[in-house]
Design a protein around this ligand. Structure first.
Ligand code: ASP
Ligand code: MG
Length: 413
């Protein structure tokens, strides 16, 4: 069994969906499970619907715009009388009626019920299209397979239930399903975190003991840096799971950080390839013996730098740390880098849920706090000491850390 994941950019319009079938033709469409993201920027558009709803503004037009877009794409793929059109309409009716009836003030809960429809629709369109052109497949509702807790917007997988469900699939068939979504015990949708479709694919691959997993992207594979941000980057043909995990942790957006662990545990080869050039080898991620130690560059933008000093000049000790870290956990703020000295702690933070002011408030009694907003964390992996000076030029560096393999600096954007 092979698991293929097609991201939003690979299904953004009718032409792209047709291209998916070319990729499958080239790769062979036997025993494979396709995991698909929402089309193009649909997830962002659905997020705006939820925001309008909570701001008590009109959200119907926003839904209508998303609906029209999907119908236009479907018109490029199906004849007028095709049943897919009423199926698409039904998904939007469901969203409308959910919002009309909803009484829950829980933003994250509502978000998941609304935003999950992006993947439902894209997978439906892809599955129907492939069936029409004789790539016969079964459409699956991923929420019947991937079970999570009720931590909306950041669901944690219930591995026991999920494995049991996925093991029941027939490894000799082809399936099309959604990335990014699962469901909790009452069957409400739960999303797995933005860009979580790679992770869904890895969950399916793990539970099915897949032979390989491939994510199809608009770049040739994992590069030594994001080509949109850095010049002179090159393709990494072979890297280890460990190197890939490190890169993802430092913020390489080509790989979702949670994706590697299930694959590494079962030693499932993981490919990152271009859907524009499917015959090219791309990147293979696997065992450590083939790790290519190339200098690579990762820029993680939109970070916060907190300087936290004790007020009474006491040392930053274990009790302080545990207090500070319990607030970080409570507010779902992630630490990208930390450094401490006698009376101060510097934390580079990623605040996905917009909670940093609450976090800061809680610490104000015992600490002096200084915050730098909108800073970037720049990481160089496998840094070469001979040429390290070039990275300092022209930057305002707020903090720096250097280890045997890795240079990290927090820079003013
Ligand atoms: N559609 C979701 C997102 O844009 C999940 C994904 O693309 O992986 O975040
Ligand atoms: Mg996406």
């Amino acid at each position: 069994m092979k698991v293929f994941k097609f991201g939003g950019a690979s299904v953004k319009d009718a032409e792209s969906i047709k291209n998916v079938s070319l990729v499958l033709e080239n790769q062979g469409f036997e025993n494979c499970l396709l995991v698909v993201s929402a089309m193009g920027k649909t997830t962002n558009a659905l997020e705006s619907v939820v925001e309008l709803y909570f701001d008590k503004k009109d959200y119907h037009d926003a839904i209508q715009t998303i609906k029209v877009k999907h119908i236009e794409i479907a018109e490029g793929l199906f004849p007028k009388e095709h049943p897919v059109f009423s199926e698409i309409a039904l998904f939007f009716d469901d969203v409308e009626s959910f919002l009309r009836r909803n009484k829950s003030p829980n933003f994250n809960f509502v978000y998941d019920q609304v935003v999950s429809c992006g993947e439902m629709i894209s997978s439906k369109i892809l599955s129907e299209y492939l069936n029409d052109i004789q790539f016969s497949n079964q459409w699956l509702d991923a929420r019947d397979f991937i079970k999570t807790d009720n931590n909306y917007r950041e669901g944690t997988i219930d591995w026991e239930l999920t494995t049991e469900n996925i093991e029941a699939l027939n490894p000799n068939l082809c399936y099309v399903t959604q990335g990014f979504i699962g469901s909790e015990e009452n069957s409400f949708s739960v999303t797995l975190g933005r860009e979580g479709s790679d992770y869904s694919a890895a969950v399916f691959a793990y539970c099915m003991n897949a032979d390989s997993m491939t994510i199809w992207k608009d770049v040739p594979g994992v590069m030594t840096g994001d080509p949109r941000k850095f010049d002179r980057v090159s393709l990494l043909s072979n890297i280890s799971y460990e190197e890939a995990i490190e890169m993802a942790y430092y913020g390489a957006s080509v790989i979702h950080p949670k994706t590697l662990q299930p694959l590494q545990q079962k030693n499932i080869p993981f490919y990152v390839k271009s859907f524009l050039n499917p015959t090219e080898a791309g990147t293979k991620i696997g065992n450590s013996e083939n790790n290519q130690k190339e200098e690579s560059y990762i820029l993680k933008e939109n970070q916060l730098l907190f300087h936290i000093d004790t007020r009474d000049f006491s040392f930053i000790a274990e009790e302080h740390m545990s207090e500070i870290f319990s607030y970080l956990a409570q507010y779902k703020i992630k630490v990208s880098l930390m450094q401490n000295s006698a009376i101060s702690l510097a934390l580079c933070l990623e605040d996905k849920f917009g909670n940093y002011e609450l976090f800061s408030k809680n610490l104000e009694n015992n600490f002096n706090i200084k915050v730098y907003k909108n800073v970037s964390l720049f990481t160089v992996r496998n840094v070469r000491m001979e040429t390290i000076d070039q990275f300092y030029k022209g930057k305002i560096i707020l903090l720096e850390q250097i280890s045997r393999q890795t240079l990290q600096m927090i820079i003013q954007s």
